[in-house]
Ligand binder design. Sequence first.
Ligand code: ACO
Length: 311
Amino acid sequence: MYGLRLIGTGKALPSRVMDNEAMTAYVETSDEWITTRTGIRQRYFCSEGESTTTLAIEAARRALEDSGVDRSEIACLLVATSSGEYAMPSTACMVHKALELNEDIPVMDLGAACAGFLYAVETARALLMANGGRYAIVIGAEQMSHVLDMTDRNTCVLFGDGAGAAVFALEEGAEYYSVVGTRGDMAIKVGGPRREQPMEMDGQSVFRFAVSTIPMCVDKLLEKSGETLDAVDWVVCHQANQRIIDASVRRLGVPAEKFYKNLDRYANTSAASIPLALAELRESGRLVSGQRMIMCGFGGGLTWAGVMMRA
Ligand code: ACO
């Protein structure tokens, strides 16, 4: 079996910090409501000159540096995003230019909402296996503030901007298990025919979907691998709501410490949340080479994906 190994990470955040108090300037809400319903305490929003593109470039540069891989060895580049600056060119093309990568490699954006990063990991593995080459850069980058309706308290307090990037190596014998799924459903909508419609979300049905999807993905990955959660060092879920992660931990009946959480500082950064968490874990020395992790994403579409692999 050929699997992927995580060998480098990077992250990028915009300069403007918006705490819960700052959100009361836009909608009738409170720090108390946001904190108790979601666990979110602050988020980052882009300022002038910052965008999905600038964040993706910065995160990718850091991940490449962290991996020690020469840019000439990168064989594919994918950006998971639902908030790219342009429909054309793709965010991936702009990162390709900034990093001066080779011309003969596939480079593209991929949209699967908050499950997008893991959809992109799965796609990167398939592209490396089909085309040859050893290293892939996979980025999750979002400017969610660009698609939010800042008069809708049901959604605007939940999201933030940011980017995370990872360099993966394709290796023979490397452990790799995945689950990927979709349920075409209109629980979350953004864009409309001319990409002008801000986000609308049926929060409660997404909540119910999420708390059943995380345990389902984890169980399937454990079944495929023949492992138990005792043998897994980290579970990194999409960071949407603390209550979603806590409910999943309870359903699985496992120690909460394995489930990484950082949504108190970043809110829901959609496709960026999992690679942002990976970068934080690696930078702080808590995720080290050889450790086994499960990643699990869920989001608009509805989409979901889970991957088990080693750092
Ligand atoms: N401040 C104050 N009150 C609010 C706010 C707010 N920001 N937002 C909603 N309320 C009010 C509602 O209007 C409602 O009032 P009412 O009872 O008078 O009608 C009340 O709070 C309760 O609303 P609920 O929807 O019942 O609150 P709930 O406990 O379900 O929490 C939440 C809402 C946080 C959205 C939750 O349903 C959730 O997290 N859902 C999942 C959303 C999610 O994870 N989405 C992202 C995944 S996909 C992606 O990332 C694109």
